[in-house]
Write a protein that binds this ligand. Structure first.
Ligand code: ZN
Ligand code: ZN
Length: 264
């Protein structure tokens, strides 16, 4: 479990900010976007506070996964998984986890009760590394649960899981960052900032597209890919009036609103 705690710790504001703030100034995708853009203070609150409920949720999921694994997966199978080469375990983990992410992410866009949680993430109107943290804790815990529980149940080695979490975490920050980083031909293989920025676009042709977190292959297979290399969206966010502060955003999914329906 230490690597899960390390993951929660890793996201310390100073280190991440020291890397991403200069990067976004040097290679901005949208040069006119300010570092202290709209709602940055609210997203700092997410950055600092959200790790507590999410960290607790992830620990519980890890325990649940391990218990289910011990109860239902033969010990020989778990040992065989852990004995595979490190690189193979990491590749399988990444692909396996991203498939789970694709399915659950798509459900969050499809089922109105789930969308109300996910709408918080899509309320971002200016994307950057900090905006990546604006996620309702229940959205994050349920989405991660879909991947963490089977991963822990199947018995991957601790070092492979640590590498997976590290790659996943940093990739998520890069995806949201206001950076002009193209992945060249790998654009079709690994999700780029451009790929995920289109997921956040307030353009009807891009709604319900690009659900994959790391590998566009899932969107390509299931017909939800919106592969644009030449341009970024001109508008981000949703039409729905999501409140502007952390506390009110956490309560938002529990308040009834007749007009709240999945958009993005
Ligand atoms: Zn989404
Ligand atoms: Zn996002």
């Amino acid at each position: 479990m230490e690597y899960l705690l390390a993951l929660v710790d890793l996201e310390n504001a100073l280190l991440v900010a020291l890397i991403f703030v200069p990067l976004e100034r040097l290679f901005p995708a949208r040069p006119d976007q300010r570092t202290f853009r709209r709602s940055w203070l609210n997203d700092i609150v997410y950055f600092l506070l959200n790790r507590v409920p999410i960290g607790i949720g992830m620990l519980l999921l890890a325990v649940l996964g391990s218990l289910l694994g011990s109860a239902f997966i033969p010990v020989e199978f778990r040992a065989a998984v852990a004995a595979q080469p490190f690189w193979l375990q990491v590749v399988v983990l990444l692909l396996f986890a991203d498939f789970g992410f694709y399915v659950v992410h798509r459900l969050f866009h499809t089922i109105p009760a789930l969308w109300r949680f996910h709408a918080i993430h899509h309320s971002i109107e200016e994307l950057d590394w900090l905006a990546a943290h604006r996620v309702h804790p229940i959205d994050q815990i349920v989405t991660k649960g879909a991947t963490l529980v089977p991963i822990f149940a199947l018995g991957f080695s601790g070092s492979a899981m640590a590498a997976f979490f590290l790659l996943y975490q940093w990739h998520s920050l890069i995806l949201h960052a206001n950076v002009r980083i193209g992945f060249g031909a790998l654009h079709w293989v690994v999700a780029s900032p451009c790929f995920h920025h289109w997921h956040h676009a307030d353009h009807p042709e891009a709604w319900n597209k690009n659900f994959s977190g790391q590998f566009p292959v899932w969107d390509i297979i299931f017909g939800t890919a919106h592969m644009r290399r030449d341009s970024l969206p001109t508008r981000y966010g949703i039409e729905e009036p999501v409140p502007g502060t952390y506390g009110r955003q956490l309560l938002y999914p529990f308040q009834s609103r007749a007009d709240a329906a999945p958009q993005n």
